[in-house]
Write a protein that binds this ligand. Structure first.
Ligand code: CTP
Length: 391
């Protein structure tokens, strides 16, 4: 998942949020895109062409007649156009085919995906004339991201803040992603579980939930309907996922059993606790010099789904401390999964809390090592293999 080899046109219009466009341009280039900024005259009140030229590492376009045919050449081979911030004025012009400046003219000459990130006062955003323009634009398949609710530049509160830069980047990436999981339903488990000793103490597994959340996000980007069942995690679930919180292993099991039936694939990235206290005390246990915990095995959710006669495509994870894949292979057979994602959590760049991972995909007759990459990219590798194998 990246914007490598993608040509992105970033339109910047006259809203105070334009100062954030420099950060956006920079992040788009960091994601691998070649970024070409088009500024409207009004946007120059908020940010300079030089700032955007430095951030995008490219020339900035503005005047319609600076270079007579660039409104055709610039857009001819572009992959996506993103307007951030998009004012009520530019949305009105786009919706009505008005081409009286370089940006609106380029919009008409462009054939690819367009993403708009509106930014304006909430009263302007709710104005029925504006709404009509926006609805008309969206009916042509243009993608909208935001606006967010919050404090506005004018000092008022409401919906009108430009979406966060990360959300805009996600929308741009989504717009250029092939929807190869369209019509598919995928269940993902993520995070740790908590097994309570008493109402205030629990045992748990180390897990941030990052890998499972990245898989859920990537599956949505590729067009799937996603159910994300997660143990306690600080991460924000992807807005389009059906999100279910599960705290304990048995709670996670119940949620999975309730939802797996009509899914095409179940991906179990959760670090489910292997043991749970045999009896949970209903009141806080008095401290003593030593304490012996009587633990029993938790239900193995992966193995339970794997044993079913009719089941979705099934992926398990094996977190190991070392490079030896033999235990992971054993889990593949014993738990009845279609493949196991092996990762060495003892490595600093792979495993807990970090944004990168180095995995090996273990199938019955094939072992595929995957080089170190971001968890977002790993998610795409896993989903890519699922789309190849799923029938
Ligand atoms: N898993 C599960 N239910 C459990 C324990 C694990 O569904 N009670 C799933 C995990 O979500 C993961 C896979 O099984 O997809 C492997 O989990 P892991 O803890 O690595 O393996 P275990 O089978 O528990 O074996 P061990 O702890 O001995 O390595």
């Amino acid at each position: 998942m990246s914007l490598k080899n993608k040509k992105v046109i970033l339109g910047v219009t006259g809203s105070v949020a334009a100062y954030k466009s420099a950060g956006l341009a920079r992040r788009l280039t960091e994601a691998g895109a070649s970024v070409h900024v088009i500024m409207t005259d009004a946007s120059k009140n908020f940010i300079t062409p030089l700032s955007l030229s430095i951030a995008s590492q490219n020339k900035v376009y503005s005047g319609l007649f600076d270079d007579p045919i660039s409104h055709i050449t610039l857009t001819a081979d572009a992959d996506v156009m993103v307007i951030a911030p998009a004012t009520a004025n530019i949305i009105g012009k786009f919706a009505n085919g008005i081409a009286d400046d370089f940006l609106s003219t380029c919009f008409l000459s462009f054939r690819g995906r367009v993403v708009i990130a509106p930014a304006m006062n909430w009263r302007m955003y709710e104005n029925p004339v504006f709404k009509r323009n926006l609805d008309s634009l969206l009916s042509y398949g243009i993608m909208q991201i935001g606006p967010d609710k919050g404090s506005l530049a004018c000092g008022e509160e409401g919906a009108g803040r430009m979406a966060e830069v990360q959300d805009i980047i996600d929308a741009v990436i989504s717009s250029v992603t092939e929807k190869d999981l369209n019509g598919r339903k995928i269940l993902v488990t993520a995070g740790p579980t908590r097994e309570y000793i008493d109402p205030v103490r629990f045992i748990s597994n180390r897990s941030s939930g990052k890998m499972g959340f990245a898989i859920a996000k990537a599956a949505i980007r590729r067009g799937a309907e996603v159910i994300l069942i997660s143990g306690p995690s600080d991460l924000m679930p992807p807005p389009k996922a059906q999100f279910i919180r599960a705290e304990t292993a048995s709670g996670m099991r119940e949620a999975v059993l309730r939802h797996y039936m009509d899914c095409d694939a179940v991906i179990m990235a959760a670090a489910v606790a292997d043991f749970t206290p045999a009896d949970m005390s209903s009141s806080k246990v008095e401290k003593s010099e030593t304490m012996v915990l009587n633990l029993v095995k938790t239900p193995d959710i992966l193995a339970e789904i794997g044993a079913l006669k009719k089941r979705p495509f099934l992926v398990g994870f094996a977190a190991e401390t070392g490079q030896d894949t033999s235990r992971a292979r054993r889990k593949l057979i014993e738990k009845g999964a279609d493949f196991i994602v092996f990762n060495n959590v003892a490595s600093e760049l792979s495993g807990f809390d970090v944004d990168t991972n180095e995995i090996t995909i273990i199938e019955r007759d094939k072992i595929t090592p995957v080089p170190l990459m971001t968890k977002d990219a790993v998610a795409d590798v896993i989903l890519g293999r699922i789309t190849e194998l799923i029938t």
